[in-house]
Design a protein around this ligand. Structure first.
Ligand code: PMP
Length: 936
């Protein structure tokens, strides 16, 4: 029997009760049946004391031999280490049992049930998950290559060798039959040159996300675990296995999402050049045949809910498979596993005289001060062209989850006209609404205000005229008109069918590409200085609260607590430039800036903190603060709290207890360091009403010290633990005890000070205390290396015993100019107040998310220092660390920079530039909501 003899397959009709009877009588299994969907069979899950099984009552089109072959193939695949269902023998020893239904003789089988839901229930598949699916398909293909059992001897509807026939025959059931027929014809045409050379073997034939069972991994992602449903087992082209898998990935985003699957497949089962060329045509044929078959099946079997439910999805897969021309997709696929091909370049007579290039890329100086947000053609004067494929920052989109189409598949000439454009080759002229096309061996598209001069032209004839405006020049070997802008991820593949037209404007093509930057970083820059993200975007521009990669993709920067004013602030850049041009020297010279800055800093602090040291970083500030304590008290011992970070120098590293920064931190503290319990009110020893006991314990410890302390050093708002307020009264009690013992109280305001908390300029204000020494850095310079220690005159004088203090660049005129400007902008732009208002809104939004997403254990913080702590269980508070890392990766894909913090790396550290708007805060909250809803 072949599919073509019996197009109209109806599913066998039996009830759950019938299924229960069947498994009891034939297999001795006493279970409860629940119907599972199937296109052509009747499947039931059977839950019984003996285990969980799947009963498959087959469509009569399948013979007992076919089903036996499927079982053997599943067993063969399982032997290679892949989880697959195994057949259960009946009471009579046979795995395949004949079944008589009213008007229908067929067969049934019972197979073991694989725990877990199918991968297709995930609404998002992360790149490693896509890769794992490709790997599973590759391993299945490799296993089936050695399957020597019999294979069904039928022409299966799903054998892609017949897909063109299937589509031709059933296209009438599709919404747009002609489109579907044409797509299948084009795919079959593209496949034809290779079809006879493609190797054949046993294939699963339906290795889709639907037929892959997923298990939840440590990171909370659902990872492929096993393969089910060998019902389409057949002999076919080996590469069809991958084509089917790829087409099932199409609903998950733009076609580039499936590249990790192709790479992973190729690694376990190398794909030949012929197979690479055949892959996309087969994806199109699969998508088309699946879609027409679904429509056809729904038409003849209106009661089959499973078939009907999938129709929209199948149409979307078909649209996605055909959205980009086959040639382009083939090049995209090829470039995933082969070195990039040389890009074609258009040749012909120049259209007009040469003009100069204009740089609209992320690094272009033309785009400083946010000018990339202006209208493009106002950025240039005279006639100038934007180079081929240059990703334009001008086409970025702020707060967008989508990759912007920034790369021009041609050159664009601004300020053209009055101009005569001459034909580069002979051809016929086609006039469109917004363009003129010259059809020759390839097609030249000129779009813009062009007025055509004739119908047929020779090379060198006037083709059209431009009075004024900008013109886009594009060449293609395709019949259809390509888009002018594409995403950088797709640009290389499109360039394969759109030759570089630069020679047509009398210029040489631009071939400046610098691949391997990350590798170079790894070899020249000590790798212990880690980078964010597994595959970091290359960030080359910042503007206010956004960062931009070289592809022109914008990311909302929610992590840069250093850059309180935002990126690229013109006032800061101007002030620093002006000072560099005037004077930069060191603070042993006498100049105004160091005086003014010191006075301004001291004025921000309460009495008696009136004396300033200027250094270059938080580490230096904390190191100096410790030296001041040692010098003033003549003691060595220092109290610190756990889960804290204060710097990398010998002294500050010694008092840094965070195991996230140094896993051995607690075991390697020198004897003079006394870490107190982390006053973590969320997950520490004392929570809620008991939180006061942290201070009691600390005071008792201080009173019991053999050697009295030189100092107590802590963040006054618990930044490194995730932006938590310390328990009420904690610092007052501890400061009292420390002072009572003759020690100094140092507040590390490096992260939390300078207005970030909104309600307060300094973190210590929240605790109602005044420290003896305050350290500041980070925000002070908005990224310019700047740090300060502010203390009393007497304590500052105490340093004398150590000699004098000098830091070459600390307090330099340029550093002071930067520091003063930061303070001016902070005041003039009302950033502390903005932190209060927008921070409160953001916190509220995040608290609302916590009501819907159980993974959010708590929302800590104040102003724009917020910590979203993620837990696996709200009772045990098990940290969701792997999930937090994965969620940050996903947020980056959606255009948000976010990173984990805390000792358990399970807190999203939300500490953006202080100028973010309510819309930015909403974009962040919406993105987090999206990720927590759809998965990561
Ligand atoms: N103290 C705290 C609280 C910090 O968070 C940091 C940096 N993360 C430092 C000190 C050290 O600052 P820097 O990196 O400027 O040396």
């Amino acid at each position: 029997m072949t599919f073509f003899d019996q197009e109209s397959l109806t599913t066998p009709k039996l009830s759950a009760a019938d299924a229960e009877t069947l498994v009891r009588e034939r297999y001795g299994v006493d279970g409860v049946a629940e119907e599972l969907g199937s296109q052509q069979d009747a499947n039931f899950r059977i839950v019984s004391p003996a285990g969980t099984f799947v009963l498959k009552v087959s469509n009569p089109a399948f013979t007992a031999e076919d089903l036996d072959a499927q079982d053997r193939a599943a067993v063969h695949v399982a032997r290679s280490g892949i989880l697959a269902p195994s057949p259960v023998p009946g009471l009579d020893g046979r795995t395949v049992q004949p079944v008589e239904l009213p008007g229908l003789s067929t067969v049934a089988r019972l197979v073991t049930y694989l725990e877990g839901a199918s991968l297709s229930t995930s609404r998002y598949l992360a790149p490693p998950v896509v890769a794992a699916l490709g790997d599973l398909a590759g391993r299945t293909s490799r296993a089936l290559a050695t399957f020597d059992g019999p294979l069904p001897h039928r022409d299966l509807q799903w054998d892609l060798r017949h897909a063109h026939d299937v589509v031709t025959r059933l296209a009438e059931f599709a919404p747009r039959p002609d489109t579907v027929r044409e797509a299948a014809r084009a795919a079959a045409g593209a496949l034809a040159p290779f079809a006879d050379r493609l190797p054949l073997q046993a294939v699963h034939g339906d290795l889709t996300a639907d037929n892959v069972i997923a298990a939840v991994g440590d990171d909370g992602r659902r990872h492929p675990a096993g393969v089910i449903d060998f019902g389409d087992l057949m002999r076919s082209w080996a590469i069809a296995e991958l084509a089917v898998t790829c087409s099932s990935l199409l609903p998950y985003g733009d076609p580039a999402v499936l590249l990790p699957a192709i790479r992973a497949f190729d690694q376990v089962r190398p794909v030949s050049d012929d197979e690479l060329a055949a892959l996309w045509p087969l994806v199109v044929l699969r998508a088309a045949s699946l879609m027409v078959s679904g429509r056809h099946q729904a038409n003849i079997d209106r009661a089959n809910r499973y078939a009907a439910k999938n129709l929209d999805e199948e149409w979307r897969i078909f649209e996605a498979a055909t959205a980009v021309p086959i040639e382009v997709m083939t090049e995209l696929v090829r470039s995933a596993v082969r070195p990039p091909a040389a890009r074609p370049v258009a040749a012909g007579r120049p259209l007009f005289g040469p003009c100069d290039p204009v740089d609209l890329s992320a690094i272009s100086p033309l785009l400083h001060n946010g000018r990339f947000l202006d209208v493009e053609d106002q950025l240039t004067t005279g006639m100038a062209y934007v180079p081929f494929l240059q990703p334009r920052l001008t086409r970025t989109r702020l707060n967008s989850p989508l990759q912007p189409a920034t790369a021009g598949l041609g050159v664009e000439v601004f300020g053209a006209g009055p101009l005569e454009i001459r034909a580069p080759w002979p051809g016929t002229v086609e006039v469109h609404d917004d363009a003129v096309a010259l059809r020759g061996e390839q097609t030249l598209w000129l779009s813009g205000p062009v007025r055509p001069a004739g119908d047929v032209v020779q090379a060198g004839d006037v083709l059209c005229r431009v009075d004024a405006g900008s013109v886009r020049i594009q060449v293609t070997r395709l019949e259809s008109r390509p888009p002018f802008f594409v995403t950088p991820a797709m640009a290389g593949a499109w360039a394969h069918v759109c030759p570089d037209p630069t020679p047509l404007i009398g210029r040489a093509p631009d071939v400046t590409e610098a691949p391997g930057l990350l590798r170079r970083r790894g070899s020249a820059f000590a790798p212990v200085q880690e980078h964010y993200y597994a595959e970091p975007p290359r960030i080359e521009r910042g503007w206010r609260q956004h960062l931009f990669d070289v592809g022109g993709r914008a990311y909302l920067d929610m992590v840069n607590n250093v850059t309180i004013l935002g990126h690229g602030h013109p006032r800061l850049a101007d002030a620093v430039e002006r000072q560099w041009r005037t004077l930069n020297t060191n603070s042993r010279f006498h100049y105004e800036a160091v005086v003014e800055f010191s006075e301004r800093l001291a004025a921000l602090l309460p009495e008696p903190l009136d004396t300033v040291f200027l250094v270059n970083s938080g580490t230096e500030a904390d190191d100096l603060a410790l030296r001041l304590a040692w010098a003033n008290t003549g003691r060595r011992d220092v109290l610190t709290v756990r889960e804290a970070y204060h710097g990398w120098s010998d002294a500050t590293d010694a008092v840094s207890t965070s195991v996230a920064d140094n896993p051995n931190a607690l075991a390697t503290r020198p004897a003079w360091v006394h870490p107190l319990a982390a006053p973590n009110t969320f997950r520490g020893e004392y929570r809620g009403a008991e939180a006061g006991r942290y201070a009691e314990d600390a005071v008792a410890y201080i009173r019991g010290m053999d050697r009295p302390p030189a100092a107590f050093l802590a963040e006054p708002f618990y930044g490194n633990a995730g932006g938590m307020a310390l328990p009420d009264g904690y610092l007052a009690a501890v400061y009292d005890a420390v002072r009572g013992a003759g020690g100094l109280c140092i507040a590390d305001e490096v992260q939390v000070g300078y207005g970030r908390l909104g309600e307060h300029f300094w973190g210590f204000e929240q605790q109602g205390v005044v420290p003896d020494v305050v350290t500041v850095a980070k925000a002070m310079g908005n990224g310019h290396p700047l740090g300060a220690v502010i203390t009393t005159k007497a304590i500052a004088e105490g340093y004398r015993g150590q000699g004098y203090f000098f830091s070459s660049a600390g307090g330099s005129p340029v550093s002071c100019a930067a520091g003063l400007t930061v303070l001016d902008v902070l005041r003039d732009e009302g950033l502390q107040e903005n932190a209060r208002v927008v921070g409160a809104h953001l916190r509220q939004r995040l608290l609302e998310l916590a009501e819907r997403h159980p993974i959010i254990g708590a929302v800590h913080g104040l102003g724009l220092y917020i910590g979203v702590e993620l837990v696996r269980d709200r009772e045990t508070l098990e940290p969701a660390a792997a999930e937090t890392a994965a969620i940050c990766e996903r947020m980056r894909e959606l255009g948000v920079v976010m990173q984990p913090t805390s000792d358990r790396l399970c807190v999203l550290k939300v500490k953006p530039p202080l100028g973010i708007t309510t819309a930015d805060a909403d974009f962040f909250a919406d993105t987090l909501d999206h990720v927590l809803t759809e998965g990561w």
